[in-house]
Design a protein around this ligand. Structure first.
Ligand code: FA5
Length: 349
């Protein structure tokens, strides 16, 4: 006659074998092991409960239970081998790398054409003995206007032309790089030879050749016996280096309160070849900058003696220089952030 213990063992075996056969993953197998052989597993608890069985059933239950435990452990081990191999295959298949796929192109950044032009100009002027320095974009009216001999009632100081900053004192977004003239000269004695690239801001309507935010490059040279011929020589050399020998340059009288005499410096329009177009407004020339001999009042304002020292200064529009050299017919392209435009300069480098 079959004992109760034997029936329990047979029942556990039947269920355990069926469930083990159905375990398809390593997770199933772990759950199965916990259910039968783990510390709280059915077989473990059965063996642990032997002492409470009637004496006549203990030997059968002990032998049968241990045999079952060994059987199930062996079956579990065999199943584990099979499933872990399948699991590995599955993971290899999931993680497979197709080495024939083309690689992902890293996205390479490139300097903005304005930054490139600033670097190039710094090098050209460095070869002529100019040091590159930088100054604040948020500036006091004192350096932006007063030191530069621009009187209180000058139209450039009008709120229609200048962005004023809402701070105590007269603070402006600098309208040109010229305020650095005063800052540099106050800091050092002559000789001075610097260029100052940077952003400037004007309260101005935009068109093909005008932006409200633009870049300039200021130049300043002060020493004994500096003349207008030095100024023309330096700017002509810069134009030759940037544009090659074929572009023509033009110096015409102009007025800026901080120079005397003053000139405007233009290059014949590369877009239309001088015939006249919308960029040069039909004149055949594009103004690149203002320039002149530093006004005696400016020298006096910074403590230089105008009877001993003289100097020249210039302020070039950097976007205009790029337009001229690369045939860009709308200045607004520089800040529009269109990669199709910007990439053309990156490739050319
Ligand atoms: C000045 O800003 C003077 N500080 C230049 C100067 C320096 C004169 C030293 C004498 C001595 P102007 O406003 O003309 O001058 O500007 C100089 C150049 O900046 C222009 O020739 C032009 O190339 C560029 N520029 C000026 N305004 C704009 C604008 N709204 N958009 C694009 N470029 C501009």
């Amino acid at each position: 006659m079959m004992t109760d213990a034997q029936a329990t063992i047979d029942d556990m075996r039947a269920r355990a074998e069926t469930e083990l056969g159905a375990a398809g993953t390593m997770d199933d197998l772990t759950a199965w092991e916990r259910a039968y052989l783990g510390a709280q597993g059915e077989v473990t608890l059965f063996l642990r409960g032997l002492a409470s069985l009637p004496a006549n059933q203990r030997p059968i239950a002990g032998r049968g239970g241990n045999a079952l435990k060994n059987e199930l452990t062996a079956a579990w081990e065999a199943r584990r081998v099979v499933l872990s191999a399948a699991d590995l295959q599955q993971r290899l298949a999931n993680d497979a790398v197709d080495v024939t796929l083309p690689g992902r192109q890293p996205i390479l950044g490139a300097s903005h054409p304005v930054s490139r032009m600033i670097d190039e100009l710094s090098e050209i002027f460095a070869l002529m003995g100019f040091q590159t320095v930088f100054g604040p974009e948020v500036e006091t009216a004192h350096y932006n206007f007063d030191v530069l001999n621009i009187p209180k009632d000058h139209p450039a100081r009008d709120v229609w032309d200048t962005f004023y900053v809402d701070l105590p004192g007269e603070i402006v977004l600098r309208t040109h790089t010229s305020p650095m003239q005063g800052r540099v000269m106050e800091r050092q004695d002559p000789p001075v030879r610097v260029v100052v690239p940077g952003r400037v801001y004007r309260y101005e309507a935009q068109d093909a050749s005008h932006e409200w935010m633009l870049h300039q490059l200021e130049g300043l040279a002060v020493d004994r016996n500096i003349t207008l011929a030095d100024l023309k020589g330096v700017l002509s050399e810069m134009a030759r280096q940037l544009f090659g020998p074929d572009r023509r340059t033009r110096f015409r009288c102009d007025f800026f309160p901080f120079v005397e005499p003053g000139v405007d410096f233009a290059v014949d329009c590369a877009i239309c070849g001088g015939a006249g177009c919308r960029v040069c407004k039909g004149t055949g020339w594009l103004e690149m900058g203002g320039a002149g001999m530093v006004h005696p009042n400016v020298l006096r304002n910074v403590g230089y003696d105008p009877d001993v020292y003289s100097g020249f200064a210039f302020g070039l529009g950097i976007e205009r220089l790029i337009m001229m050299r690369s045939g860009v017919d709308d200045i607004r392209a520089f800040a529009a952030n269109d990669l199709r435009f910007l990439r053309q300069f990156a490739r050319a480098a």
